[in-house]
Design a protein around this ligand. Structure first.
Ligand SMILES: C[S@@+](CC[C@H](N)C(=O)[O-])C[C@H]1O[C@@H](n2cnc3c(N)ncnc32)[C@H](O)[C@@H]1O
Length: 215
């Protein structure tokens, strides 16, 4: 998804058949812009991803983890268009259309798991189901690495610009935008712990965080 479409998708996608659609869209754009929170470019250096076979949650879009881990990665995404956008960047990856709340894998199947700016796209209720599913499919002592946004506002629209530096020094510039919901490193840590994980590494930046949790 282009950055412009990512920002405006929540408004341009509504009632396209409406007679007053132009006026309504302009009105929505005006109120949308007034509620928009845009964080300036955040540089994230990805030196490592976990070892072994990895399940990457919400792995479409830029497919950052797939681009690094290639054939070691099983990338799960609930939208085919997001998979289609990413899969040519890493054809070796296993691309799976599925909701991470209900994974078609046996218990203890994957060595490790990742999520790169995907949990901000889930409601706080859905996160609980997803974390429980990730816990189930991870092997004992498997790790779940999460990079995501600190979002302080509960209303409006949140957009974060990212400059990701991959281990081979490739630079990916992108942006991730969602309807706001409160999401902090502490709320995410607490949800992980309630789902059975032990949170072992916590790195908090102003606008984003990195967590490593162990089964
Ligand atoms: C910002 S996008 C892509 C981020 C991606 N990790 C990357 O490297 O660019 C977040 C993705 O999470 C996916 N997603 C959100 N909730 C999901 C769920 N419950 N199951 C699977 N995918 C989900 C969305 O479809 C979307 O493609």
């Amino acid at each position: 998804m282009t950055v412009i479409r990512k920002i405006f998708y929540p408004i341009i996608s509504k009632d396209p058949m409406s007679k007053n659609s132009i006026t309504q869209k302009l009105f929505r754009i005006k109120s949308f812009v007034s509620q928009l929170v845009v964080k300036r470019m955040q540089k994230i250096v990805l030196e490592f991803i976990p070892e072994g076979n990895i399940i990457d949650i919400g792995g479409g879009g830029e497919g950052i983890i797939a681009q690094i881990g290639k054939e070691r990665v099983t990338a799960i995404d609930k939208y085919q268009r997001e998979i289609d956008e990413a899969k040519h960047k890493s054809p070796e990856t296993t691309w799976v259309l599925a909701d991470a709340k209900d994974l078609d894998y046996s218990n203890d199947y994957f060595d490790n798991a990742t999520s790169f700016f995907s949990i901000m796209y889930m409601s706080n209720v859905d996160k609980i189901d997803v974390f429980k599913e990730v816990y189930r499919v991870l092997k004992p002592h498997g790790e779940f690495w999460i990079w995501d946004s600190n979002i302080s506002k509960e209303k409006g629209v949140f957009f974060i610009k990212i400059k990701a530096v991959l281990p081979d020094k490739k630079v990916v510039r992108t942006g991730y935008g969602v309807s706001s919901k409160k999401q902090t490193i502490n709320s995410t840590k607490e949800t992980l712990e309630n789902c059975g994980f032990k949170v072992e590494v916590v790195e908090n930046q102003k606008n984003w965080f990195f967590l490593k949790a162990k089964k």
